[in-house]
Design a protein around this ligand. Structure first.
Ligand SMILES: [Mn+2]
Length: 468
């Protein structure tokens, strides 16, 4: 909680208010959510926008920012003696608000008063798209908007202002992200060492989780630890590693302040990749390095994505899986048989930063819209990069048997795909590497401690552990 001093939160709110034309900004924090009954809860996670402007990680809060007067109020409930019996005493609402640089802490009764007064005088109440049902109901309660109409009533002016502000990371945020990614990198290096035949995926997943928890951190999302790397979001761990398998890990740590890391690695379960695995690994790596080389301000992330697709396609041609002109193949989407997801996304207080504000509002602009075809639609970020953006780079190659069968039956893009060769790879699995970067004025900077990605580095990491 409170990653930064109060001056940071005060300055962030002042900037937000300067970018919204008029009215009241109404920000909702998150509530505790029951798993199977009300008092057995999921770990509490504060809303990231609320964390960004207030730093207070406590359930049951909301806030109003009056754009004209600058008056900012945090609303919540003080602890009762009953609460204290179960949870111990925590700092008062007034004290927490004070640490965020807010002078006024009020009970909820005052919230209705403030909002009603504003509504009566015809002022706009700006709010964000809620992603939790209890916050949708709060909007109904306080603003009288029917739950089914809430999404249509969100403030695009507020969404734009917040996306603009949160996209550019300050130096103190970048420090936090370095720390989150370094911890994520330690988790990955440990997983690489544990990848040996006979080990269960679940043991490696547990160890990754343990390393985060040991540092007082948590996971930024449920870890992917799988020998079936072609299943893009596989989050069950029922397999045991065997000689010849590859292990794909996609996992990251989230610091107590909310800042996230998001890394992926693919390593052999045995000592070495097979020749066939090595060839595909090198193609993915070359595509990855090509993307990193191009990360800099003013370049469209879409163009970097396409460049990585062409690089990948050339690699696939070199092993006989693909044929024809790479640029034409990528323009018509032939590469998406092998590379179905995007190149990367923004990273910050959310692992897909600000995705609750709408992918289109964060990764694209009104005059640079997302492409909706298969493959392209999974590119969460397409717009021009700016100094201070933090992004992931994660190209991959995945052989998905069902997709291969479907495309082959349709003879789809057969001028670019060598289907008889593809058959030899149908049980290959998938390969992805992922790293996180901050965009700097002349290029980019790797976040966190380096994690092995060259084959000789992976070999060294695995051997270090097996030595007595
Ligand atoms: Mn990612």
């Amino acid at each position: 909680m409170f990653a930064f001093s109060k001056t940071t939160y005060v300055a962030r709110r002042a900037k937000l208010m300067s970018r919204v034309s008029q009215g009241i900004v109404f920000l909702l924090g998150n509530e505790e959510v029951g798993i199977n009954f009300a008092s057995n809860c999921y770990p509490f996670r504060q809303d990231s926008t609320f964390l960004y402007y207030f730093g207070i990680s406590k359930p049951g809060l909301c806030a109003t920012l009056d754009v004209s007067s600058g008056e900012t109020v945090v609303y919540g409930k003080e602890q009762s003696i009953d609460d204290i019996v179960w949870t111990g005493e925590i700092p008062s609402l007034r004290e927490l608000a004070g640490r965020a640089g807010v002078d006024i802490a009020s009970p909820f009764s005052k919230l209705a008063e403030c909002l009603n007064k504003a509504i009566k005088s015809g002022r706009r109440i700006h709010f964000l798209p809620p992603y939790r049902p209890e916050n949708t109901l709060k909007l109904q309660k306080y603003l009288g908007i029917h739950p089914l109409m809430v999404q249509q009533a969100v403030s695009s002016e507020l969404i734009r202002a917040i996306a603009l502000q949160r996209s550019i990371k300050s130096e103190e945020e970048i420090e936090q992200l370095h720390e989150a990614v370094s911890l994520s990198s330690r988790m990955h290096r440990r997983a690489m060492q544990l990848a040996v035949p006979g080990r269960r995926e679940s043991e490696i997943a547990a160890e990754i989780h343990r390393l985060a928890q040991e540092q007082g951190a948590r996971l930024s999302f449920p870890s992917i630890v799988t020998t079936q790397g072609h299943i893009l979001h596989k989050t069950s761990y029922e397999n045991t590693l065997k000689e010849g398998d590859m292990l794909l890990v996609d996992a990251g740590a989230e610091l107590p302040t909310g800042y996230c890391g998001d890394l992926s690695s693919t390593v052999p379960a045995g000592e070495e990749f097979s020749e066939k695995q090595r060839e595909i690994y090198e193609i993915v790596l070359a595509s990855h390095l090509e993307a990193v080389k191009q990360l800099k301000p003013s370049v469209y992330f879409m163009d970097i994505y396409k460049q990585t697709c062409r690089k990948l396609f050339e690699g696939l041609k070199s092993v006989g899986l693909a044929k024809g002109n790479a640029s034409e193949a990528v323009e018509c989407g032939a590469h998406t048989l092998f590379y179905q997801c995007g190149l990367g996304h923004m990273l910050g207080l959310d692992v897909h930063d600000m995705e609750d504000l709408g992918e289109e509002n964060v990764g694209y602009t009104p005059d640079y819209r997302k492409r909706l075809e298969f493959g392209y639609k999974s590119l969460r970020l397409g717009k021009k990069l700016e100094t201070g953006y933090v992004v992931t780079v994660e190209p991959g190659i995945y052989f998905i048997p069902q997709l291969i069968d479907q495309w082959k039956a349709e003879n789809r893009h057969s001028e670019f795909i060598n289907y008889s060769k593809v058959e030899e790879y149908r049980n290959f699995g998938g390969i992805r590497n992922e790293e996180n970067f901050v965009i700097r004025p002349k290029g980019c900077e790797l976040l966190g401690e380096n994690k092995p990605k060259q084959i000789h580095e992976i070999r060294r990491m695995k051997n270090e552990f097996s030595m007595p």
